[in-house]
Design a protein around this ligand. Structure first.
Ligand code: PRP
Ligand code: ZN
Length: 283
């Protein structure tokens, strides 16, 4: 049995649950307890505050964890980074009241900064030779300047709407963050094998993200030009059609190039173009 620590609510919760579900880890969500075991897979999920996940993995309360890079870097716990998961992207930034005139980091000299990430901030300020007072609070950091508790804040920014609604502006991005899969250093062979299977499934999900399967009919004399537009995984699959001079092509395309590719295919005479979502991709 492999125990995975995940965030109980908030930024990471939804996307983590979605990833686990896609990976075939089905939880009995009817009873929302702290610890749930999965059906058909030797995994149990432990729900924690994100701040507590790095330590719980380091001390073995959980075997692995899915946590924001922000918490992983801040907490400096003895847990290893296994895989970047590519979701819950955000940044850790310095923000100041929006009407302040900002001309560079020296603005922060001698100021008070409210944050839940003192370690990351201290390192950054030291590197830039800025002396400031840190006011460490664990939540609602964004209201600190408004109530006179601090001159500025250092916090997570994602959409930026929290800053706007608190009349703050982002002036320095200190680090980027995304969800990470982390693991303890002393997993048994059994647990390692389960973790390997989990990584295999996560990779298949990530590989499929942003990709579409495409099927189309093409005139044979345009085959070379069309396959050039369709790089696919290796090379596209081409099958002859009953109709003389035509063939059917199957391939994989990047979603972000979708309209560009479709446009080129049409101009090369492709017909009956079918685009299908891909759930998993095992390379
Ligand atoms: C963060 C941060 C802000 C908000 C920023 O909190 O403290 O309140 O998100 O996001 P926005 O730019 O999209 O408005 P989070 O929900 O991660 O909770 P936590 O810091 O208490 O874990
Ligand atoms: Zn938190």
């Amino acid at each position: 049995m492999l125990r995975i620590a995940v965030q109980s609510k908030g930024r990471l919760y939804e996307e983590t649950m979605f990833l686990l579900e896609e990976a075939g880890i089905k939880l009995n969500k009817a009873k929302r307890t702290l610890l749930l075991s999965a059906k058909d897979f030797p995994v149990e999920v432990l729900f924690l505050r994100d701040d507590d996940i790095p330590q719980s993995v380091a001390n073995g309360v959980a075997d692995v964890g899915i946590v924001g890079e922000n918490e992983y870097v801040e907490k400096k716990q003895n847990a290893q980074l296994i895989k970047r998961l590519g979701f819950s992207k955000c940044r850790l930034s310095l923000a100041i009241p929006k009407d302040e005139d900002y001309r560079g980091l020296c603005w922060f000299q001698g100021k008070t900064i409210a944050t839940s990430y003192p370690s990351i901030l201290r390192t950054f300020l030291e590197k830039n030779a800025i002396k400031a007072d840190l006011h460490v609070i664990s939540g609602s950091v964004e209201i600190a300047p408004g109530i006179g508790l601090a001159d500025a804040i250092f916090d997570i920014v994602s959409s930026g709407s929290t800053l706007i609604s608190n009349q703050l502006k982002e002036v320095e991005v200190v680090m980027q963050s995304e969800a990470l899969l982390i693991a303890g250093n002393k997993l048994t062979e059994d647990k390692k094998a389960i973790l390997d299977e989990l990584i295999f499934r996560f990779n298949a999900i990530q590989a499929a993200a942003g990709k579409k399967y495409i099927l189309l009919n093409a005139p044979k004399d345009k085959l070379d030009e069309i396959t050039e537009v369709l790089p696919g995984m290796k090379s596209p699959t081409v099958t002859p059609l009953a109709e003389e001079g035509w063939c059917s092509i199957q391939s994989v395309i990047e979603e972000k190039r979708f309209w560009e590719v479709i446009g080129k295919l049409k101009s090369l005479g492709a017909e009956g173009i079918l685009v299908i979502p891909i759930e998993k991709m095992i390379l």
